[in-house]
Design a protein around this ligand. Sequence first.
Ligand code: FAD
Length: 324
Amino acid sequence: MSKKIVVFGEVRDGELRNVSFEAVAAAKLVSEGGEIVAAVFGDGSLEKAAQELIYYGADRVVTVQNETLKTYTSEGYAQAALAVIEDEDPEGIVMGHTAAGKDLTPKLASKLDSGLISDVTSIEVAGGNVVFTRPIYSGKAFEKKIVTDGLIFATVRPNNIAPLERDESRTGEITAKEVEIKDIRTVIKEVLRKSTEGVDLSEAKVVIAGGRGVKSKEGFEPLQELADALGGAVGASRGACDADYCDYSLQIGQTGKVVTPDLYIACGISGAIQHLAGMSNSKVIVAINKDPEANIFNVADYGIVGDLFDVVPKLTEEIKKLKV
Ligand code: FAD
């Protein structure tokens, strides 16, 4: 049965995050041929973001522009989101499983008296049901969920559902909605971003992660060079963060970021269970470690037993040659 689905896009520094397009593709699957209404919030012009959402598959876009929506607050965004939901009365809602998505969606679900299927990694239609797959027990198992009654509400993990092809011939209505946003008790004074420059770690297609084996801050330099050559981002184990070789914003794992890139290269990481929780669903895993018994080799598709300071520069050199 076709359904109307609302998708919340995410704008950061005027640009839509890639996961917004993935959420539109997810919504298409959930809608089973129904209407996709995207919504974006911010304080500046949202016209360009709205247009992009249409190119990527949204049928209509609602923008809410308000100075209180310049940066994310759960109070402000929840009011804007609830106003859109009230207008549209959708059968489903989809958003990225990002920091904002993880904060906003439980609040909305509770206000709407709805369930929430979070951190979805794939969606399929089987036996007349929309079936959501999500990891459980820190990624060691997957469960499948269907919604039998009421609102279908899901967040999708970045990098798991491919966006639809961008099509500039697509057209759709863009409506600016006025929402009175009040009683915001949170004051954002400054936003400090510590992620790697350029590619966002949680959305990167390639992640080069360093562990205690990199031995120093400078030890991360060859990893950054490899990441640059592959257009990827640098991440780290908690071991490397605890040793102060890098910032905690790079930490991947149970208590860090969860990533699912196409390629994950673990350099000098032993493969503790808490680290695997953040990366074991990567599509291809390469491990570089001096110790042939290191646990990381148990999850790796390709293992290189060797010194990362020999292997990583050689890899970078070869990749650069391929690009010439
Ligand atoms: P180590 O275990 O010390 O491994 C270093 C590896 O580098 C070794 O395998 C060694 O053989 C190799 N090596 C050394 N020199 C070289 C070289 N020159 N070339 C190649 N290889 C080399 N960890 C996380 O990563 N993320 C988390 O989110 C996380 N959350 C946690 C939550 C809790 C509650 C707890 C208790 C722990 C958590 N940990 C987490 C910590 C985790 O248990 C490990 O201690 C940590 O992942 C180890 O980091 P590491 O692999 O870099 O270091």
